[in-house]
Design a protein around this ligand. Structure first.
Ligand code: MG
Length: 414
């Protein structure tokens, strides 16, 4: 058996851990630059706020229902996610972290336990240790545990279990488009074959599923029958690239500002590279103007480093060269970014005759990373990344980074 544990309205739940006054109130979280709604609490959903809607279109609704609006705070969500996942790891020897707010827990060998009760225990401990409410779906395959999770979300107690005795009863009303891995186009084509529910899909002919669709569809049908075909992925594939890219709060027209932005993103990308103990062989730099203007322009340039590196200063040299190449004085840039390519584990890196003495620059990077980790991102940085950064993303309603930044931890008055 396995359990899919999914955080309920994760971003808004994470916000409410530190802002309990908004529990039971509609809460929404906005995308970068405070553009669109990317998450909503159940109360916000109930008043009809849709995912992806531009926030300016729902100003009336926000005012009328006193909706609490937050800019996205990914430092907070990432850290809260890690807390939830490490709590879950207490309950199973093997788990697959599937996304920022979902994990599959392997419960094989737990047959002596009442799994529903175990699910309740997991929920309660996660709630107590992290403040995040979760729903748990338990079954014998990934696909069925996803279905069970849907049902758990609808039920009051947050845990549901599908076993051979009760599965049919639930699949009979379960819409086929809600099944994990069935996209909109598949569900439309299945409907053309008269297949609208999970039960109808479960009972199709296997070879037909394979011929009409793919081997993946065939496996999905088997999974609905309770035969595991998708195993847990315990070793995530190694990263192939690292991208850092943002829209600006306002258009950038000067080379100096574009260089600042590119340098800021490159520094962040290099930091991630070191966190994963990787080095990069090349960097791609790109910038674009507004998609909504007639003179839409985008350009990118890829530069190979002299040697595989994780050193910010070294990567910056190439990033800025790339920036100078794509800059056009007549254009208003709206977004830019960098992608680090040719990643490999630092331990397996080919050494080069031309690189500076190993050790010195490593020590400098480690020191910078340690300072920024302790005192907050950007405490120490390369001057070329700019100090004021007036072009930086708008996040006017961001909550504090309660759990990752010393200067923003909650204050208790007594
Ligand atoms: Mg979720």
């Amino acid at each position: 058996m396995l359990a899919l544990c999914d955080c309920n309205s994760f971003y808004t739940s994470a916000e409410r851990v530190f802002a309990p006054q908004f529990i039971n109130q509609p809460v929404i979280v906005l995308s970068n630059n405070d553009g669109c709604v990317v998450a909503r609490s159940p109360e916000a959903k109930a008043i009809g706020i849709k995912i992806g809607v531009p926030v300016f279109q729902i100003q009336d609704l926000i005012y009328q229902h006193k909706v609490q609006v937050f800019s996205s705070n990914y430092s907070l969500y990432g850290d809260m996610s890690q807390r939830v996942m490490s709590t879950l790891a207490e309950f199973t020897p093997t788990l697959e972290v599937y996304s920022i707010d979902e994990s599959f827990l392997d419960l094989s060998g737990f047959g002596h336990l009442d799994l529903i009760e175990y699910g309740h225990e997991i929920r309660q401990v996660v709630r107590q240790w992290t403040g995040i409410p979760v729903s748990i779906g338990i079954s014998s395959t990934k696909t069925l545990s996803k279905v069970a999770n849907h049902l758990a979300k609808l039920s009051d107690d947050g845990v549901s279990l599908l076993n051979p005795e009760n599965t049919e009863k639930f699949l009979v009303d379960f819409p086929v488009e809600e099944i994990w891995g069935i996209g909109r186009s598949h569900s439309r084509s299945l409907a053309n074959h008269g297949i609208n529910t999970a039960l109808q899909l479960r009972d199709v002919d296997l070879s037909w599923a394979r011929k009409e669709y793919s081997v993946l569809m065939q496996r999905l049908v088997l999974e609905l029958r309770g035969q595991p075909c998708f195993s847990l992925e315990l070793n995530p594939p190694p990263k192939k690239s690292i991208t850092v890219s943002r829209s600006f709060s306002r258009a950038i027209a000067t080379l100096a500002e574009l260089r600042e932005a590119i340098a800021t993103y490159t520094s962040r990308a290099a930091e991630k590279l070191r966190q994963h103990e990787l080095t990069a062989d090349a960097i791609q730099v790109f910038a674009l103007t507004s998609r909504f203007k007639a003179d839409y322009y985008s350009d990118s340039v890829t530069l190979t480093l002299d040697y595989s590196s994780d050193n910010t200063a070294e990567i910056l040299r190439f990033a800025l060269k790339g920036c100078d190449r794509i800059y056009r004085p007549e254009l208003q840039f709206k977004k830019a970014g960098v992608i680090l390519l040719g990643l490999m584990p630092k331990s397996q890196r080919q050494l080069s005759l031309w690189e500076p003495e190993e050790g010195r620059s490593d020590a400098l990077m480690q020191t910078i990373d340690a300072i920024n980790e302790r005192f907050g991102r950007g405490t120490i940085q390369f001057a070329v990344a700019g100090l004021e950064k007036p072009w930086a993303m708008r996040q006017e309603m961001r909550s504090n980074r309660w759990t990752t930044c010393w200067s923003e931890i909650p204050v208790v008055r007594s």
